[in-house]
Design a protein around this ligand. Structure first.
Ligand SMILES: [Zn+2]
Ligand SMILES: [Zn+2]
Length: 425
């Protein structure tokens, strides 16, 4: 086999990786499978051969796909280096998450099962290109394809199994490892604006490896806290929903924020992950009125400045951008953020203002319903627990005293308790 692999330029084919420098960069898992395929080998055989070539001991029972090829682990980095050496293709680590190891925490990063965008695979196939797997599909918080605005899927449309994308000795990217069916045939649903926002952030992040080294992480976080909470870690924590000990861990003990935390910073600070990780924060100004503030802020300094002439095209564009934000905003907030009163918004940007109002109302209604259902089931639980313990003839006050503090302060809580108690009689 060794001789078969030899060619004058490199030991293995100098296969071109897909999508480098774009949000659709190929994963190393995918590259590895295509490389094996181009040599007429199974992925398992190629993995064994590479390990043997570098004199690594091979455990027969260890499937190649149990190894980590695209993650942040040192193992992924090692495989990227080995394959770069054998193919002569440089920087294959850019097809793994390893370059982000110094800026991204591990928790919540790896998906529970393998996902893909069927539209991407179908498009690859239709254009006579080799279907390939995108690195962004291996980042758990990403649940949508930005290009096709659809949700990622995780189940084969033909055999209805999951984890059929790349976990087998033989893998042809784009085809089910279980039944051989084309994974691009899967049906999918439109993605939410929230999911698309996350997909865009992560896609931009994957275009370029971070420039902030691990030594630069604390200064970067200090800048974030400086700009977003006047340098006060406790304000920053409570304002954006972090724990104080978590922040202290980042600043003092080498802790690394998880991707979800960075996304929160990106959202509220209105700065791209790509910019944050490039350390490009020189001219960054977070919004004066933060998204979804839990506490009242004094009037923003901008509010007093009377605008000369309003650029309505720009304002409408800002409003449309707000419609894409994960968290729906109210017309009041939108009006504050663009510095224009509500009436003018409805006059000059009617469609946008109505879309914002409508989205916010639907969001509030959904949230209210959820809260009410949760509250009722909680009251029901307390009631059941007390009855099970042999109590009878309880008053609404008894039930109330056993609820969580948060539930106790819900407006009209006694009405809710009585309603649940009545429904049980
Ligand atoms: Zn797609
Ligand atoms: Zn299948």
């Amino acid at each position: 086999m060794m001789s078969k692999l030899n060619n004058p330029r490199s030991t293995l084919h100098a296969l071109e990786p897909m999508g480098r420098g774009t949000p659709e960069v190929e994963s190393l898992t995918s590259y590895f499978c295509r490389l094996a395929y181009s040599h007429g080998m199974t992925a398992q055989k190629l993995a064994d051969w590479v390990l043997d070539h570098f004199e690594q001991s091979v455990c027969e029972k260890y499937g190649w796909h149990q190894r980590s090829f695209s993650s942040m682990s040192p193992e992924s980095e090692q495989w990227a280096a080995w394959l770069a050496e054998l193919t002569g293709v440089a920087s294959l680590d850019r097809h793994t998450l390893a370059p982000w190891r110094s800026v991204l925490g591990v928790p919540g990063l790896a998906p529970k099962s393998d996902r893909w965008c069927p539209c991407c695979l179908a498009e690859d196939k239709a254009s006579n290109a080799e279907p390939y797997l995108r690195l962004t599909w291996d980042v758990a918080p990403v649940t949508a394809c930005l290009r096709h605005k659809v949700q990622l899927v995780a189940t084969c449309p033909h055999c209805h199994r999951s984890n059929v994308r790349s976990r087998s000795a033989v893998v042809v990217p784009g085809y089910s490892t279980s039944c051989g069916g084309f994974l691009g045939d899967a049906k999918t649903e439109p993605a939410s604006p929230e999911a698309l926002w996350v997909a865009r952030q992560v896609g931009q992040m994957l275009q370029e490896p971070p420039k902030v080294a691990s030594t630069g992480l604390v200064p970067l976080l200090e800048t974030v806290i400086e700009r977003m909470a006047d340098g006060r870690p406790s304000t920053f924590a409570s304002r954006y929903g972090f724990s104080k000990s978590g922040i202290s861990h980042w600043l003092n003990k080498g802790g690394i924020p998880a991707l979800k935390a960075w996304l929160t910073i990106a959202l509220h600070g209105r700065i791209g992950l790509d910019k944050l990780f490039a350390g490009d924060v020189e001219g960054w100004e977070p919004p004066l009125v933060p998204v979804q503030m839990p506490i009242e802020l004094p009037e923003s300094p901008r509010a007093g400045i009377k605008s000369r002439e309003l650029d309505w095209d720009a304002i409408r564009a800002q409003l449309r951008a707000m419609l894409e934000e994960p968290q729906p905003v109210s017309v009041n907030e939108a009006s504050e953020r663009v510095g224009v009163d509500r009436k003018s918004l409805y006059l000059q940007a009617n469609a946008e203002a109505r879309a914002i109002a409508d989205r916010y109302l639907r969001h509030r209604a959904a949230r209210g319903e959820q809260r009410q259902t949760r509250l009722q089931s909680q009251i029901g639980e307390v009631l059941d627990e007390r009855l099970a313990a042999g109590y009878e003839g309880m008053s609404a006050r008894d039930i109330w005293s056993r609820l969580y503090t948060e539930a106790q302060s819900v407006p009209g809580i006694f009405r809710h308790i009585t309603a649940v108690m009545d429904s049980r009689r």
